[in-house]
Design a protein around this ligand. Structure first.
Ligand SMILES: Cc1cc2nc3c(=O)[nH]c(=O)nc-3n(C[C@H](O)[C@H](O)[C@H](O)COP(=O)(O)O)c2cc1C
Length: 246
């Protein structure tokens, strides 16, 4: 065996990276087309094949079509949004900018999916979760990312709505006390996948350079003689910021 023997083929890699780089959080471009059952099944099955601590598979997916249920979730969103807006009272410009952002597509999307975490699944002893409790939730987030990428591959947009009160979700969706809602997702076909994140376009925050988030050997070390070619390559890549395209 040589290195690279298990690499995907050129076009397979292209597909994977295309899904990763063109995935977007979608709130405003949903169209009314239903998602066929086989497509939704593939997306959820991809989520279900995520890595999980101790193979505990601690997720559940609550599929929500009912408009009355969604309306209740939307009301929770509206309350939490107001609360967020009041947190920006001391920064009127930021407050105004926040108020102008579309931050959910609960009613417009084809289906909503609440992804939950069940810490009791195959427990209480879960291999690998004995030192870092949060690994259970991390596993659910891995499933969510699989879902997000599979959806992109299928042409389905996903928007994550976290401006919600978990207590509201627990009540509305009859979630048992030991289970924790992790993500409330809006799924649907879209009229476009934007080329850049909405928050980047709205100049809420810029995308950081990769070089700003990579350290060598220890926290905070940004240049290293041990990594000469890699440092040169990453710095070259970081020159590729395209503010002019916004
Ligand atoms: C944990 C999590 C919670 C999020 N919550 C919201 C939200 O409540 N409303 C929203 O509009 N976007 C939400 N997003 C989407 C982010 O704003 C988005 O991922 C980010 O701006 C980058 O854009 P992109 O996903 O299109 O690349 C959330 C994303 C994550 C990972």
């Amino acid at each position: 065996m040589t290195s690279g023997d298990y690499a995907l083929s050129g076009s397979e890699k292209e597909g994977l990276y295309k899904a990763i780089f063109s995935r977007r959080d979608v709130r405003s471009h949903f169209v009314s087309t239903e998602i066929p059952g086989d497509v939704l099944l593939r997306i959820l099955n991809a989520a279900h094949h995520a890595p999980s601590v101790g193979f505990s598979q601690p997720w559940n997916f609550i599929l929500i079509k009912d408009k009355a249920t969604r309306q209740k979730v939307k009301e929770s969103f509206a309350r939490e949004r107001e609360r967020s807006i009041s947190m920006l009272d001391s920064d009127k410009q930021r407050q105004q900018q926040y108020s102008s952002l579309k931050l959910e597509g609960i009613m417009e999307s084809a289906v909503n999916v609440c992804v939950t975490y069940d810490p009791a699944r195959f427990g209480p002893f879960v291999l690998g979760r004995t030192s870092i409790e949060e690994t259970g939730v991390y596993s659910v987030c891995c499933a969510i990312q699989n879902l997000w990428l599979a959806a992109r591959a299928e042409g389905v947009g996903v928007g994550w709505v976290s401006i919600l009160a978990n207590e509201d979700l627990e009540k509305i969706l009859a979630i048992p006390p030991h289970v924790k809602p992790i993500a409330y997702l809006c799924l649907g076909y879209v009229s476009e996948f934007a080329s850049r994140p909405d928050l980047e376009k709205a100049r809420w925050l810029p995308r950081m350079d990769l070089s700003e988030v990579v350290c060598y050997e220890q926290w905070g070390i940004r240049q290293s003689d041990q990594w000469p070619e890699f440092c040169a390559a990453i710095n070259k890549m970081s020159g590729g910021k395209r503010e002019d395209n916004i």
